[in-house]
Design a protein around this ligand. Structure first.
Ligand code: PEP
Ligand code: CA
Length: 424
């Protein structure tokens, strides 16, 4: 990739806080040439059981979620392993970072991913390249795919929140509007105007304009079906039905037990649940369904895939947890046709890219996603451009930690338009 030489000189780990006020880790990587990469780890609430684990201090404070003690040990332990290694050897560094050690399974979901991202940022700075451009080189190297042309990314915005992100809301976790027309700046404007109209409508109807963990408004004491019907009506009234598609992240593992699904107070057997989802899809023309079945209920996944895969993006999040091995099983069994990509589920930039490459080679759609506990780090915006993701899920245009990712996406779009003089 490059013949330049720059090596890791220093590493710092410090406790910071995510958008829910939960402790998280900030990693700083400094190279011999003076490049400084800083990254913060996000964290999820509706977590797949196969995500790599996060390391936390335990004990009483923050219900055991602090990371201060581990942060102290981390640099002491890891710096000797990576000091002097080329900052451009992301693969080797990620291998070292994700190796299990004697005290824990891995440093995984928080320390390793923040370090891996900080390394990539420092490398890009060292080369005076925009991060997305550096990451595209790394992806190209790992994927063996042809060089990627610039392309447009769909924006999936979960404008209404429920599930574990908004207690008191519907059982389903996220209600999306998805844009695909125009530049990313135009798409964001369409979504922002619709979100604005939703808020005005809540106010007009004297509903509380509370937002959930990801910035979506919370339809209190409303079922999923009532919420979909409301969204559909609003889109129709605004003349947006041909511009914004509807989608859901059901996060179904959260309400599945003993072969049954419990939705908005009603219990469904597997067969009843499948019929219910098919009915919702048809009634509201749902074009995107994330985790419509529980992560281990492969029978329901398969039944839905047989009925819907030709017309709907069937997206595995908890199903795949961004793990290549899990995705491979899903591809072989024909369970879905799209994957959500969350770097902290797999613990390294290289690991995530390998999964993304496998998805692309098998014509799976790729969606780069935030977590419910986010930070002001914009790494995933650059990552989405680097791998030519088909879509991003960064939340609605509300709350700074979500907006800053859209802002980064738009400035990359502007940069690209200026350099090529064509819209992408
Ligand atoms: C999701 O489930 O897709 C999500 C972003 O939420 P969390 O980060 O809580 O997993
Ligand atoms: Ca999800």
């Amino acid at each position: 990739m490059t013949r330049l030489v720059d090596t890791i000189e220093d590493l710092k780990a410090e406790q910071r806080y995510d958008s829910r006020g939960v402790p998280t880790v900030q990693i700083t990587v400094i190279t011999k040439g003076g490049a400084v990469g800083i990254s913060l780890a996000p964290s999820g609430a509706s977590r797949g059981t196969r995500e790599v684990s996060e390391l936390r201090d335990g004990g009483v404070g923050f219900s055991g979620l602090a990371v201060k003690k581990i942060a102290k040990n981390f640099a002491v332990k890891f710096l000797p392993k990576i000091k002097g290694v080329s900052i451009f050897d992301q693969d080797l560094l990620d291998q070292i970072l994700t190796e299990p050690d004697e005290t824990a399974k891995t440093w995984g979901g928080n320390f390793a991913i923040a370090t891996s991202q900080a390394i990539a940022k420092a490398a890009a700075l060292s080369l005076h390249l925009p991060l997305w451009q550096y990451l595209r080189q790394v992806f190209h190297q790992h994927s063996g795919l042809a060089w990627l042309p610039n392309h447009k990314i769909n924006l999936c915005a979960n404008v209404l929140n429920g599930g574990v992100h908004a207690l008191g809301g519907p059982t389903f976790q996220e209600f999306w509007v998805v844009s695909s027309q125009g530049t990313m700046a135009q798409q964001l404007e369409t979504i922002a105007e619709f979100y604005f109209a939703l808020r005005e409508n809540f106010k007009k109807n004297k509903k509380l304009t509370l937002v959930g963990d990801e910035g979506g408004l919370v339809p209190l004491r409303q079922t999923g079906e009532e919420t979909l019907s409301y969204l559909h009506k609003m889109l129709r009234e605004k003349g947006l039905l041909n511009k914004l598609a509807l989608g859901l992240d059901l996060a179904a593992s959260e309400f599945y037990t003993k072969n049954c699904y419990l939705v908005d107070g009603k219990k469904y057997s597997r067969e009843q649940y499948i019929a219910y989802i098919l009915k919702l899809q048809k009634s509201y023309n749902l074009a995107y369904l994330e985790d419509p079945a529980a992560e281990d209920d492969l029978k329901t996944w398969l039944a839905l895939s047989e009925q819907l895969a030709h017309k709907v993006w069937l997206i595995g999040d908890d199903l795949f947890t961004s793990q290549g091995a899990r995705l491979k099983e899903g591809i072989e069994a024909d369970l879905a046709n799209a994957i959500l990509l969350k770097p902290n589920q797999v613990g390294s930039v290289t690991g995530l890219m390998k999964t993304a490459a496998l998805a692309k080679k098998n014509n799976y759609k790729t969606i780069v996603s935030h977590r419910s506990g986010e930070t002001t780090d914009t790494f995933i915006a650059d990552l989405a451009v680097a791998i030519n993701a088909d879509a991003v899920k960064f939340g609605p245009p509300c709350r700074g930690e979500r907006l800053i990712k859209y802002e980064r996406l738009l400035s990359i779009e502007q940069e690209l338009n200026e350099s090529t003089k064509v819209e992408f």
